[in-house]
Ligand binder design. Structure first.
Ligand SMILES: NC(=O)c1ccc[n+]([C@@H]2O[C@H](COP(=O)([O-])OP(=O)(O)OC[C@H]3O[C@@H](n4cnc5c(N)ncnc54)[C@H](O)[C@@H]3O)[C@@H](O)[C@H]2O)c1
Ligand SMILES: O=c1ccn([C@@H]2O[C@H](COP(=O)(O)OP(=O)(O)O[C@H]3OC[C@@H](O)[C@H](O)[C@H]3O)[C@@H](O)[C@H]2O)c(=O)[nH]1
Length: 390
């Protein structure tokens, strides 16, 4: 079944079993799909939900890469389930994606955020280390926090110097705000679990790879409030803006939409993860930025581009006031703070895996918003036309 597939050094790739924790989420669903469609590997998919991978859990057709017996769903909460160690032992590699990772939760549910991103990840690291199993752990670009450049005077020419803003895995500091800015509870928990994994590698020989995603976006990200998630829920920006566009409401720009982000298409990013899975000798012991430095925009520019793209794919003209400003306190509540700018340095992933992102921001928004329109437009129309109960 693995015939012809070779790694970056020309060695044949042997089929392995992967314990994927958080497999039912946005990234997990795309990774499962890739592994089923293009590789012979087996997946023990662990999550509390499976809606986003349902299509893979149905019996598949025939053919060489048929996934019939290669994916198995285990509904369990890793906080309190003794089956976890057994699943890690059965696998060659564990990938941990499980986390609370929506900014609206970091300042309003800081305890859940810290428990989810640090405490709940501890047994996963421990079982991998004790059983000599390889671990790929999902961290975040938020561990860098703010750039050095943002502390310079507004008119300083050094702000234009990449040395003051490009984020490098082995050189950049992690700069968070004060404790009362609970936004940083997530970044801080992720940083500590990174340090623990690194220490397990140094002291106990754990074979690990740490992934720092820089705003991966695409179909199936988060939920549309009131349709496939809670009406009052606040997902990440792609889903917030999609929801506004679908409902023909102005997009809300937090604190003027001045923060900058680089967005990468989920399918480009998944290619990088597959290279890590299949090239352990090149990926072990590494921390990888995975992002697209060419796709930088301010949040305001993102809103403008999404408005234009959505008009194109839906055939609807945009509304008269496409966006409105809103304060972060009003939108997220007390204790919110923000990363100013996120440009990933690509030297290490390029050197180790020869990987580069491909898809432009316009193209990735076009395919993603086509999906959003096709998936949600009818449901939103129905929800809007329902008479409000008196
Ligand atoms: N999407 C991004 O751009 C991005 C950026 C930076 C970091 N990350 C990291 O990547 C990982 C995956 O992110 P995502 O975007 O797919 O998020 P997601 O919320 O879509 O997926 C996380 C999944 O983990 C599951 N999960 C959470 N706690 C669990 C528990 N206790 N037991 C079992 N399952 C549990 C959730 O049900 C969910 O399906 C996270 O660790 C996140 O911090 C993602
Ligand atoms: O409706 C909205 C939603 C969000 N925003 C802004 O858009 C920017 C991006 O917000 P997102 O919700 O996508 O989240 P962030 O980029 O801040 O953090 C994310 O990045 C790294 C991951 O670890 C997490 O998935 C998440 O923390 C922020 O500046 C936010 O304030 C708006 O202006 N309007």
């Amino acid at each position: 079944m693995a015939s012809g597939r070779v790694d970056l050094d020309g060695n044949p790739i042997k089929p392995i079993t992967i314990c994927m924790i958080g497999a039912g989420g946005f990234i997990g669903s795309h990774l499962c799909e890739k592994l089923m469609n293009e590789t012979p590997h087996r997946v023990l998919a662990v999550d509390v939900y499976n809606d986003k991978i349902k299509q893979l859990l149905e019996p598949s057709g025939s053919g060489e890469l048929s996934w019939a017996d290669r994916i198995q769903f285990h509904r369990l909460n890793i906080k309190n389930d003794s089956r976890l160690e057994g699943l890690i032992k059965m696998a060659d590699l564990t990938i941990n994606l499980a986390a609370i990772c929506t900014p609206a939760d970091y300042n309003t549910r800081p305890l859940d955020t810290i428990y989810s991103n640090f405490i709940d990840a501890l047994p996963v690291v421990k079982y991998c280390s004790e059983n000599s199993k390889r671990l790929i752990h999902f961290s975040t670009c938020e561990v860098y926090g703010k750039t050095i450049g943002c502390f310079l005077p507004k008119d300083s020419p050094l702000r234009q110097d990449p040395a003051y803003y490009v984020l490098k895995e082995d050189a950049s500091p992690c700069i968070f705000g004060p404790i009362e800015k609970q936004r940083w509870s997530y970044a801080c928990a992720k940083q500590l679990i990174e340090r623990l994994i690194y220490a397990e590698g140094a002291e106990n020989g754990l074979e690990f790879t740490i992934v720092r995603p820089f705003n991966w976006i695409g179909p199936r990200m988060d939920f549309i409030p009131g349709i496939d998630g809670p009406s009052e829920g606040v997902p990440r920006v792609l889903a917030c803006f999609s929801n506004n566009l679908l409902r023909r409401e102005p997009l809300k720009l937090v604190d003027g939409g001045q923060s900058q982000r680089t967005f990468i298409y989920i399918k480009d990013a998944i290619e990088a993860v597959l290279l890590m899975i299949e090239n352990p000798a090149r990926a072990n012991g590494q921390i990888f930025n995975v992002g697209n430095p060419n796709n930088e925009v301010t949040v305001r520019q993102l809103a403008e581009m999404m408005t234009q793209v959505y008009s194109k794919v839906s055939g609807e003209s945009s509304i008269e006031t496409p966006s409105v400003d809103v304060s972060s306190k009003e939108f997220y509540g007390e204790g919110y703070d923000d990363s100013d700018k996120r440009i990933p340095d690509m030297t290490i992933i390029n050197r180790q895996l020869g990987w580069n992102p491909k898809t432009s921001l316009w193209d990735l928004l076009e395919s993603t918003l086509t999906y959003q329109h096709r998936t949600y437009a009818e449901a939103i129309k129905k929800a809007i036309s329902k008479p409000v109960a008196s």
